[in-house]
Design a protein around this ligand. Structure first.
Ligand code: UDP
Length: 371
């Protein structure tokens, strides 16, 4: 007999299992299709003891101190140090665009004020940008858009920025200072021993039973939890694709080991204009491990394969809304809760996934108290 059945051992599933055990004394069974926990945050050591982010780099950051305090029960931290450059005509530029980028690109000395004046001239007046192209043109104009955004976005999505919501390229800040970090967030830190170690500690409680390599479909009629089911897998699969498949953009990672302490000048280099991969990542810049070897991953976007990015289009959103209605009925009638990237067809960062885990735990606890 279990209190919770948790489908998926990623961040949302681990947080709910942990809170349920500690705050409610509830037993959970966590079933996970893969052979490990931590979802796409999974990291592991290669033969040189180098920590690698198997499913792409996860640059942990948050503005929410509550999340840092919570995760600090399970890990110590190292500084984030997420610096990204982008390649244009065989030169590397600071990215996101900042004063250094603008000075190099336009070959002139700039202050915050003169840079703003310059971009006022370069940008195109679009009062209410309807897509990613309009968004970027309205902020920085055609030259910077074509140098840094257009090619990358075409490769990443196989769609023109005109076809994508403003929020896709709008994720990236544009700065009038010399801040070289990739993201704007108060806390930019990485779990000291890695994400897998952090999530392992989170679920190291006798009330939590973790079952790797277990397909939900094989056990869904056998395990009847007393309180609720938390489903974090793909929502369309749960409903046997009645409204068709939700589209996802996938990635291939090609790995190369170099006999060098470090290969690149920073953790990530974006290639909007060269190669068929979008970026090369040397996570050792962040983990700061000492070793005469280093690994680089090259990311090749592809149309099918493991789901990484939901496609931000009107059609896919409409299909998701139909599934969401079914999910709502399932929650009311059968106490099945849907949460996380795959179950809510949403692109979320790791801190948002942790937050979602906390929220859905509260929803489950409240519903159980009221029934
Ligand atoms: N993007 C771009 N040029 C870049 C990096 C990103 O045009 O050098 C666009 C691209 O469409 C991408 C979006 O901005 O999907 C968000 O980028 P981010 O680096 O946040 O993507 P993630 O790391 O989540 O894949």
């Amino acid at each position: 007999m279990t209190d919770l059945l948790i489908v998926g051992g990623g961040p949302v599933g681990c947080v709910v299992a942990e809170l349920a055990a500690r705050l409610k004394n509830w037993k959970s069974i966590v079933v996970e299709k893969r052979n490990h926990i931590a979802g796409n945050c999974f990291d592991s050591h290669d033969k040189n003891e180098q920590l690698i982010h198997k499913y792409g780099p996860h640059y942990f950051r948050t503005n929410n101190e509550k999340i840092i305090n919570y995760l600090s029960k399970f890990t110590e931290w190292i500084e984030g140090n997420y610096v990204v450059k982008t390649s244009y005509e065989n030169q590397l530029y600071s990215f996101p665009i900042n004063l250094n980028t603008l000075e190099k690109f336009y070959n002139q000395k700039l202050s915050a004020t003169s840079a703003k004046d310059l971009l006022k001239i370069k940008s195109i007046e679009i009062s209410n940008p309807k897509n990613s192209e309009e968004f970027v043109l309205s902020r920085v104009g055609k030259e910077l858009y074509e140098a840094f955004y257009l090619g990358y976005t075409l490769k990443q999505w196989d769609k023109h920025p005109k076809e994508l919501a403003p929020s896709v390229c709008g994720r990236i800040p544009i700065r009038f200072n010399r801040d070289e970090t990739y993201v704007d967030a108060k806390f930019q830190v990485m779990p000291k021993k890695g994400y897998t170690a952090m999530f392992q500690k989170m679920i190291a409680n006798p009330l939590i039973k973790f079952c790797p390599q277990t397909d939900y479909n094989c056990i869904r009629n056998e395990i009847k939890p007393r309180v609720a089911t938390l489903y974090t897998g793909p929502i369309d699969a749960y409903f046997e694709f009645v409204f068709g498949r939700l589209p996802w953009r996938s990635l291939d990672f090609k790995w190369k080991t170099f006999k060098k302490e470090l290969v690149q000048s920073c953790v990530q280099i974006n290639y909007p204009n060269e190669y068929s991969y979008t970026r090369s990542v040397e996570i050792k810049h962040v983990t700061k491990q000492k070793c005469p070897f280093s690994n680089i991953s090259y990311e090749y976007p592809k149309p099918s394969g493991p789901p990484y990015y939901p496609i931000p289009s009107t059609q896919s959103q409409l299909t998701y809304e139909k599934y969401k209605e079914l999910a709502e009925r399932e929650r009311i009638k059968k106490n099945v809760f849907f949460a996380g990237r795959l179950a809510e067809y949403t692109y979320i960062n790791t801190d948002q996934a942790i937050n979602r885990g906390m929220e859905v735990f509260t929803e489950i606890a409240e519903k159980s108290e009221n029934s």
